[in-house]
Design a protein. Sequence first.
Length: 264
Amino acid sequence: MKPVEVTRGDSPIVLGVPHSGTFVPNDIWTKLNDNGKLLADTDWHVDKLYSGLLPGATMVRANFHRYVIDANRDPEGVSLYPGQNTTTLCPTTDFDGLAIYHDGEEPDAKEIESRRLVWHAPYHAALEAELSRVREKHGVALLYDCHSIRSVVPYLFDGTLPDFNTGTNNGTTCDKQVETTVVDITEAAEGFSSVLNGRFKGGWTTRHYGKPETGVHAIQMELAQSTHLQTQAPPFAYDEEKAAKLRGHLADILTALDKLAARL
């Protein structure tokens, strides 16, 4: 299994999809306990959700599961949210704080570094290459990092998550016009709730690549999975009717950003 799959387009928009992959190599799979093998923390169907919404958009998708290694974590292991519960570069617990490995089978430092080289590094090499390519073509690149999560995860946040969670690390990862464009559309989306820089302010990918002064803008969208799944439990089936409604708003966002990029 290749670590990363790239669908290349000519738009300045690059879609990052680090968490929809479900591939786990057999040597890691056998170390996971029954809870880990549920792969419950997948960003279920996010690649399908965004597919075809903006002709010309590039998509960079990690094929491996985040339990192998998390492509949206600092490779040095630095926490994104100091003082808050979160998962690590090579998580050993799920989003409920429960163990995902058999006792004693958790990866050590040597194993984590091996996984970084085999999986994490190729994903980011591909993402960086695509951002460089579109910036060279257009003078600007806009990374839109695509995510989803269960709407209720007490270990990570209180209450119910809004439907649209836009993250720009408090306005530092993109031009203000990018942030405003997305927020205006999410706030106007009838029947949906939204927040800017709430619990999810943008992960390592958004923070690492989002340097507006260099012509690379980045924004993260964390969707509550209640917006596009039949149920937020196994088998995590895609809901075509829900997704169709959501995809209309996502298409509006990407189309507006594509037009905006020409003016940045």
